[in-house]
Write a protein that binds this ligand. Structure first.
Ligand SMILES: Cc1cc2nc3c(=O)[nH]c(=O)nc-3n(C[C@H](O)[C@H](O)[C@H](O)COP(=O)(O)OP(=O)(O)OC[C@H]3O[C@@H](n4cnc5c(N)ncnc54)[C@H](O)[C@@H]3O)c2cc1C
Length: 512
């Protein structure tokens, strides 16, 4: 395929979002509305090519491209709505769109050279191309900045060599955003990370898939191990405004704050299907819905939907590419970690309510458990994100010399509203150095406070009061529990001999 397709003409007036979105939603319903098809799809690896092409033909990815290049202008709320509609039907589809949008199109649109954009964007809009991002390496995941994939200048191109794995759409994407560190003349690697666009249809830019992984969930998305030995024209290197590391943070934070789009449809599906199930299923001569514990679970599922709506609102007004999000780690980490916990918790709870019939790969509940689980791992493992949230707040408290947590939160833009509502639960001094496990527990607590704050913002905009009260009530109980867990975090150490002394049967006394 040639890499010099003409730019898209932009003379056509932009289709109103409602019309575009209705067409897209109708197509999704046609493709995923039939339960038999969904059950069959659930058991197969890879989306059937005709299905993914049919979705992409409605141009969902146009929401991530600016108008000058034929897109819809990159409005964040449109992108979140596209993700939400997809994840109601298929979390894997939503993640596929999210990868293309947040991990490829947005960074290329923000940091790519004009000639590059003129080549790349029409291929997404008119030829259903896809793109992904390769950061993770077998030896460097959470510690991605130590990556060993490197590049050297070879005249008119950069030669990039290394190994990458677990990149979503492995072997399927047409384009890759490849990360690498510059190799110095003495063989050492630079500290900064550079990003190159690779066009898999060009001779020296394609990546060899060495191994396909049998991923536990997200069956439609291929993952694997890749060998990288490519040459990228220098014009394919993204141009950071300051450093590559800042660009990477801007990219990752923007991606994290857009997680609520993927979460939103998924959580609505959990809540809707759970409500339907407990209304129809009779146990002990009565509908499941009449049991108090069942109501508790369904209310929590609905509360998660409200929290997700609040976070969509929050992100819609902050995540545009015109903003530099490199310093917004606290908000981005809260949104990503809380949303992905909500997704996994909701899937587990829904499966509990459905019982054995949900414990199948081809049931929405069973699929949801395995499909949502890696969201807590990728783009920042939640344990690490909670530690970073905890550290950020502890450091800010030290800086402002405010040791009382409730008082500190009251003056913080991310927590002020929440502090008025749940501050009485948080009247505690935070001082001294906290061990990592306490920082993680503290970060988890702060994440829930941030969630309350966003829900209260949603309330001020006129969201139904019943939903708001349900979510705040649920979060207040969770915050009280998280506070206890933070204060009483176990100090248990690791037993160095593993389970060698865990033999129990010799302690049994029998009367015989
Ligand atoms: C489904 C899926 C999709 C993915 N998609 C992509 C993609 O599109 N592109 C891409 O580049 N990568 C992708 N990844 C890779 C993902 O980003 C990495 O798995 C993630 O960064 C964690 O790296 P790791 O798996 O090597 O785990 P490790 O770095 O080995 O960490 C494993 C665990 O160790 C613990 N841990 C690590 N460091 C610390 C610490 N400092 N303190 C306390 N605990 C710690 C955490 O519990 C962590 O979860 C994907 C992964 C999955 C599972």
């Amino acid at each position: 395929m040639t890499s010099t397709l003409p730019n898209t003409p932009t003379t056509q007036p932009l289709e109103p979002f409602q019309a575009f979105f209705a067409r897209y939603q109708d197509r999704l319903s046609e493709l995923f509305g039939d339960e038999g098809t969904v059950r069959r799809l659930a058991l197969e690896r890879d989306f059937p090519p005709s299905l993914i092409r049919a979705v992409l033909a409605t141009k969902p990815l146009s929401v991530y491209i600016d108008e000058a290049h034929g897109g819809r202008g990159g409005h964040v709320h449109e992108g979140l709505s596209v993700l939400e509609a997809a994840s109601y039907h298929s979390l894997a589809l939503s993640l596929t769109l999210g990868i293309n949008g947040a991990l490829f199109l947005q960074p290329v649109g923000k940091y790519g050279e004009e000639t590059l954009k003129q080549n790349v964007f029409p291929r997404f809009l008119q030829h259903q191309n896809m793109g992904g991002l390769m950061i993770t390496e077998p030896d460097y995941g959470s510690d991605a900045l130590s990556m060993e994939t490197s590049w050297t200048d070879e005249g008119d191109s950069a030669r990039i060599q290394g190994r990458k794995h677990w990149a979503g759409l492995t072997g399927l994407a047409d384009f890759w955003l490849m990360t690498a560190r510059a190799k110095n003349a003495d063989g050492s690697l630079g500290r900064d990370v550079d990003f190159f666009v690779l066009d898999g249809h060009e001779p020296h830019q394609s990546i060899v898939v060495e191994e396909r992984y049998p991923n536990l969930g997200l069956y439609p998305i291929p993952y694997g191990l890749n060998r990288v030995d490519v040459r990228a024209p220098h014009a394919h290197k993204l141009q950071p405004t300051r450093s590559g590391l800042k660009m990477m943070l801007d990219l990752l934070h923007r991606s994290r704050v857009q997680f609520p789009g993927m979460a939103m449809g998924f959580l609505r599906r959990m809540a809707d299907d759970a409500l339907k199930h407990v209304s129809e299923r009779r146990v002990g001569g009565r509908a499941l819905a009449t049991y108090d514990q069942v109501k508790h679970r369904v209310a929590a599922l609905q509360s998660a939907v409200t929290q997700s709506a609040a976070m969509c609102l929050f992100s819609s007004e902050r995540a545009g590419v015109e903003h530099d999000l490199s310093k917004d780690g606290l908000a981005a980490n809260i949104v990503k970690a809380v949303m992905t916990d909500r997704m996994q918790d909701s899937a587990q709870s829904f499966l509990q309510l459905v019982g054995a019939q949900g414990y199948r790969l081809d049931h929405v509940a069973g699929r949801a458990v395995v499909d949502s689980r890696p969201f807590q791992i990728f783009e920042g493992s939640n344990d690490i994100l909670y530690e970073q949230i905890g550290s950020a707040v502890v450091n800010a408290m030290k800086k402002t010399k405010e040791a009382n947590l409730a008082a500190f939160l009251r003056s913080h833009p991310l927590f002020g509203r929440a502090a008025d509502s749940v501050g009485h639960l948080l009247d505690v001094r935070i001082d001294g150095d906290l061990p990592q496990r306490k920082l993680v527990a503290f970060g988890r607590l702060i994440g829930r406070v941030g969630s309350v704050d966003m829900v209260l913002d949603l309330a001020q905009r006129g969201y139904p009061a019943e939903r708001i009260n349900q979510a705040v009530d649920d979060l207040r109980a969770e915050i009280a529990g998280a506070f206890t867990r933070f204060q009483q975090a176990s100090t248990a150490g690791v037993s160095e001999d593993g389970t060698g002394t865990a033999e129990w049967s010799r302690f049994v006394t029998t009367s015989a």
